[in-house]
Design a protein around this ligand. Structure first.
Ligand code: PLP
Length: 439
């Protein structure tokens, strides 16, 4: 009997024993094409020799040094590399062990920043419905996914949610994409004014919504307007690139494509590419200086922050993404994947939308293409697609739709950047088999 407390307690899952390139292998020898990099994690694929060597060297040289006493060479070098490529004004990197820690730290930094500026009344956070920012209590409060929040609602601090920028469902007939983007962004200004700008500290959003909507980028102009609104009301813009960052969309930082820079930026997943658990919260020099010139101490910290081995892995991963031109590759292979999805599912009676950026693509499953009516999530199609794909040897990331936002079930695809054209064909074939079996 296993003594592991698994996520899904009612089913027995295979044991993974090996990873190579775009494939994982279980103890029976069965191969799985990793079509979602787990959950948009394994951007370099499995078994990358350079990352493995960097980890081996670091663990032998220095496994751990507590950051309350000492910094380390890999943490310093990784911070330098990230800042070299980061959006304008982002100057500091605070390392953590994963995505939830990064968003949690971002919320606390926003709060402490305004306290140190002498504006303690600025305490409110605005985020978006159908978003996911992590599973710790602060991050969960920020997220707008009802299913994830429901049972913990009494434990969550009060976050205010506006609609996501979700063109497929929320753009009205006859409305241009640009006009829709402005209308969607207007919700932020309305909410700030309703709450009182002097009470709002930050707005948090994913540039490309991952888990909860399935690779939905904002329409052009939306984030530019969001940035203006944040500037007008002295509200910090926190971008959560935990899933969409680190080259996945074809840019090292996803917000580059939107032509904006945030005040605080969260990354994880692809930063360690699955080789080590690592995330980071990046912030502007102004935020950092405010803390430095105030109490001089960010009132937040975890034992493993800036872990040298995790940082060495992150350094090897980001060096490779940048040095080997993997953002361009993600863009190119993203086009191949997008075309293959359109060729296979463009006319499918239950595929309502195909969208995404780079190697971050999603399809939305609907009951009726014409009316965009989603299936009742109670039918459990997302879970069934996941199982059918897995049985066929494909790991993909289906999620159930949310009735509140009229979002349908969707399948998120985020394969390693090294994926080849023939493996994209294999992915599409297996996904088509799974859909055929379920709907
Ligand atoms: N933010 C986003 C956008 C995510 O997609 C996730 C995880 O899926 C998180 C935060 C939380 O990251 P983690 O699971 O590493 O805590």
């Amino acid at each position: 009997m296993s003594h592991v407390f698994p996520r899904h307690c009612k089913k027995t899952i295979p044991t993974a024993v090996r990873g190579a390139g775009c494939y994982l292998y279980d103890s029976t020898g069965k191969a799985y094409l990793d079509g979602s990099g787990g959950a948009a994690v394994s951007c370099l694929g499995h078994g990358d020799a350079d990352v493995i060597a960097a980890i081996q060297k670091q663990v032998a040289d220095l496994a751990f040094a507590h950051t309350g006493f000492l910094t380390s060479e890999p943490a310093e070098a990784l911070a330098d590399l990230l800042i070299e490529h980061a959006p304008a004004d982002i100057e500091r990197v605070y390392f953590v062990s994963g995505g939830s820690e990064a968003t949690e730290a971002a919320i606390k930094l926003a709060r402490q920043y305004f306290i140190e500026k002498g504006q303690p009344e600025k305490r409110r956070l605005i985020a978006r419905r159908q978003s996911y920012h992590g599973n710790t209590l602060g991050a969960l409060a920020a997220g707008g996914n009802e299913w994830r929040r429901q049972q913990f609602a009494p434990l969550l601090f009060d976050v205010h949610h506006i609609a996501p920028c979700y063109e497929y469902v929320l753009r009205e007939e006859g409305e241009s994409a640009a006009a829709y983007g402005l209308r969607a962004a207007q919700e932020l200004e309305d909410e700030i004014l309703r709450l009182g700008p002097e009470t709002v500290m930050a707005f948090m959003a994913e540039p490309v919504v991952g888990a909860t909507l399935g690779a939905v980028p904002a329409v052009e102009g939306y984030f530019k307007r969001i940035r203006e609104i944040c500037d007008t009301y002295d509200v910090l813009l926190i971008l959560d690139e935990v899933m969409c960052g680190m080259g996945r969309t074809g840019h090292l930082f996803a917000c580059d494509a939107d032509g904006i820079a945030p005040d605080i930026l969260c990354i994880a997943k692809g930063l360690g590419a699955g080789y080590q658990p690592i995330g980071a919260m990046l912030c502007t020099g102004e935020i950092y200086e405010t803390i430095k010139n105030g109490t001089g101490f960010f009132q937040h910290g975890h034992t493993y922050l800036g872990h040298p081995v995790a940082a060495a892995a992150g350094l090897a991963v980001v060096s490779k993404i940048v040095g080997d031109g993997l953002c361009d590759r993600a863009r190119r292979q993203g086009e191949v994947l997008s075309k293959a999805l359109h060729d296979q599912f463009g006319q499918h009676p239950h595929v309502g939308d195909i969208r995404g950026r780079g190697l971050f693509q999603g399809i939305e499953i609907v009951e009726d293409r014409e009316t965009k009516t989603p299936f009742d999530p109670a039918k459990g199609y997302a879970a069934k697609i996941k199982t059918a794909a897995f049985d066929a040897g494909l790991i993909c990331y289906p999620m159930a739709g949310t009735r509140d936002g009229r979002a349908g079930d969707h399948v998120l695809l985020a394969p390693p950047f090294i994926i080849e054209d023939n493996q994209i064909d294999e992915l599409i074939g297996k996904l088509a088999t799974a859909l055929e079996q379920v709907i």
